[in-house]
Design a protein around this ligand. Sequence first.
Ligand code: FE2
Length: 591
Amino acid sequence: MNIVGISAFYHESACCLLRDGRLIAAAEEERFSRIKHDPGLPVRAFRFCLEQGGLDITDVDALAYYELPAEKLGRQLWAGVPEGASPDLAWLDPAQPERALRERLGWDGPLLCFPHHLSHAASAFYYSGFEEAAVLTVDGVGEWATTTYGRGEGAALTSFAEVRFPHSLGLLYSTVTSYLGFRVNGGEYKVMGLAPYGTPRFLPQMARLIQSGAGGSYTLDLRYFDFLRGRRMYSEDFCELFGAPPRHKGEEVTALHRDLAASLQRTLEEILLEKVRLLHGETGGENLCMAGGVALNCVANARILREGPFRRLFVQPAAGDAGGCLGAAALAHRALTGTRPDCGSLAQVALGPRFPPPRIAALVEATGLRAKNFSGREAELLESVVDRLAAGRVVGWFHGALELGPRALGQRSLLADPRDPGMRDRLNRLVKKREEFRPFAPSVLLEHAAEHFDLDHPSPFMLETCQVTSPIALPAITHVDGSARPQTVDPALLPRYAALLAAWAHRTGCPVLLNTSFNVADEPIVCTPEDALFSLGTSGIDSLVLEDFVLDREELPENWGDLLAAWRAAAPASPFGRGRSAIQENLYTFV
Ligand SMILES: [Fe+2]
């Protein structure tokens, strides 16, 4: 049975293919369209999933959609027409998502829609490998629910309590994110990264914004929020409460901003811990599953695991709305077969496109760029990468299938020496072009993880923080509070990446590398080798490993900048960056 799961029309559109309950393919639309957080219909990701499964659309048994459009519209109408809403009123049509799915994907078969938070819950429980577990979902908002408490056992998955819009931990976090001058649905990581620099001196004010109630409930004091009207997230009362105007993008980050971030993060952690304890009181058991955008808060996750009552925690790596398609597909499988999908325990998320060596070789040849070919000589390839890392170079590492979710995990990664005290600032300034305070995460060989981090279990998806305990100074991946967000690398799952870490450890005695996502500035993570090649020419990346090929920036032709400028000029201008794909399609014609 082939089921295609789809999440779309809010942010982070994505698609997946579940065949007989097994996950075959999954990818976010942004990786193909090159539009960050692409909210549109995931046409390209849909095509990719069919191609990966070797399917024609007639081979698909059902589409599974990650939310209930009519219920969502009901909530939107309750909140009132937001300022700036499209005047064509198309958004008022609850049939619009289904019509788009049918007309634009050419689908005339069964379409099953599931509640947004049930899709989140299923994306965690059915992929956790747990036979039974408590399930917590927390996000901004779905249809009405913003937090749900439930339980999974075998094929059964039920929710027994929920918090409803407008009361929302996700919207609280996003409101403060917005007040601090960062982008809602994307800037929340920055607030989490900023928090350890501050002192949580605004806890009394936070207690006025949100009040934890009996059981799983909590309420926001709506005097302080303006998101119901859609003009902005926070109200004038909110600004008065903190005694300062909102920070605008690009303005200095002050002590007030740091302290507010710290206060928000502490408040979130405390409420989540309290609710997880209550959830355990209802469900018992040792296993907890989490999904929803708030479950990407790896600092809170670490506290839930360390201080909470559950012994094991599985967080869906694509915990945001992209991962909703995984849950919807699993729910459709259960609905159509009456059985639990055989997803097992999600061990890795390299579920996107991969590009075979001949394709890479043809690209390198077509561009005429100087590249070293290590085909069939992996040990030499890895030594050459280690040479570059040891020389302080930033290496773009492109290998295997693109990862699903916000983290690069050794397929589309930028790698660097974590021992280099200047590396964090250099990466933030020249490559990622982002705020100086933002930390970078490490990858560590699984067998050596406990020697360098206070971690006693695998953490393959960078979803929890822990203290750095390494005897080696690792300033580039150690946050200001001594923590890090490691990825443990299992050679059985990621053989070439593990071999690189082993070669690096053999040379330096350090089995840890800095690993950040292979993207520059605010672009999506690279998908194709063309994307990666483009990044080599437009950012501070020093070297690029395209599968078996190694390219160095200083060996690019002298007129490389002119060529890139010509590609840019040839691409149609667009405020959304849609020109990028056109630029890349022109790659061959200009070289
Ligand atoms: Fe969500």
